[in-house]
Design a protein around this ligand. Structure first.
Ligand code: GDP
Ligand code: CA
Length: 315
């Protein structure tokens, strides 16, 4: 079976661990969000690709869900000695090595898709990891914080401002002129099922869908999504601030309806959201209710299995 997954960072990576356990023989392609990518200290940092790569490759900081296990922070401290910023984005020494290797390969002329493949040779994540595009796309957030109305990089809003400043708009800058990376459209077109893990609907899945051609290709397949919203709140993080920015209420039903019957065929919502299963906004989408907390590998594999079972019943 061929499964293609559109992936953000932490939510996606955890789900993918469960999916690998639930479907050990499947050929899994992961299309990773690169809208969170940022250049820091002259290095290209790809947080979502790395979170998937480290998690599936056994190198993740399990408590945080991002960054490397066993990190040290000598480089950060040395940079601070020079007053070199920014100081609000944490990069450990081991993580720095990834960004140095990536930046060196990019400077050598390799596209991001080729670079990602090379980095994955070390980590052997057991899935094929493709960036959504080789073209640079960065999520920018329109804010007004007293210094005037301006766009800031997503990471500045998310990490430095903790998404506390309301976002008037969230835009995938560069997406309109971007092309899907090599293999992306084929992976969607050739998939038996496309899955949306419980990733941020706006800045993870939404950004991937903004790359020209991807939404149409996905819509033509059998698609099942897992809600990242349980009981009216994100399980972790600040996805509610992103949903508010695009005028979507923070509820499992509203997110399912936001994707819509034209895009997804099946939608998993948590037991806590059972009452919303019959919401007319979800008409045309097959809804299943089950526990959606990814507490451990077994619980996560159950979620992945339910998504695959739902998809199988829909094709
Ligand atoms: P990010 O790029 O690191 O923010 O990660 P993603 O976009 O892949 O996923 C973030 C989303 O994962 C958040 O909106 C969380 O609500 C969701 N999430 C995290 N843990 C869980 C969980 O155990 N269950 C569900 N259903 N969603 C989760
Ligand atoms: Ca992310």
């Amino acid at each position: 079976m061929r499964i293609t997954v559109l992936a953000g960072g932490v939510g996606a990576a955890r789900f993918l661990r469960g999916l690998k356990a639930a479907a050990p023989d499947a050929e899994i392609t992961v299309i990773g969000n690169t809208g969170d990518d940022i250049t820091l200290f002259g290095l290209r940092v790809c947080p979502d690709l790395d979170t998937v790569m480290y998690t599936l490759g056994g190198g993740i900081n399990e408590d945080q869900g991002w960054g490397r296990a066993g990190e040290t922070f000598a480089i950060r401290d040395e940079l601070a000695g020079y007053g070199a910023g920014p100081d609000w984005f944490t990069l450990g020494d081991r993580d720095f090595a990834t960004h140095i290797a990536r930046s060196q390969l990019l400077a050598g002329g390799h596209p991001l898709s080729a670079v990602t493949e090379i980095l994955c040779r070390r980590w052997q994540p057991g899935i094929r990891l493709l960036p959504m595009s080789d073209d640079q796309i960065e999520t920018h957030v329109l804010i007004d914080d007293g210094d005037g109305r301006r766009y800031v990089h997503f990471q500045e809003w998310w990490v430095r401002m903790h998404a506390q400043v309301p976002a008037a708009a969230i835009v995938p800058a560069g997406a309109a002129d971007a092309r899907p990376a090599p293999g992306v459209l084929d992976a969607i077109t050739g998939a038996d099922v496309v899955l949306f893990p419980p990733s941020n609907p706006v800045v993870s899945i939404g950004t991937i869908l903004a790359v020209p051609g991807i939404r149409e290709a996905v819509a033509a397949r059998t698609v099942v999504g897992v809600s990242p919203i349980i009981g009216g709140a994100p399980v972790r993080g600040m996805a509610d601030a992103c949903l508010t920015a695009i005028g979507v209420p923070t509820s499992a039903a509203a997110v399912g309806a936001h994707y819509g019957a034209g895009l997804i065929d099946g939608w998993l919502m948590d037991n806590e959201d059972k009452a919303a299963a019959a919401d007319t906004a979800l008409t045309g989408i097959e809804v299943r209710i089950m526990p959606l907390y990814m507490h451990d590998l077994a619980a996560t594999a159950d979620i992945a299995r339910a998504a695959l079972d739902l998809a199988a019943g829909l094709t």
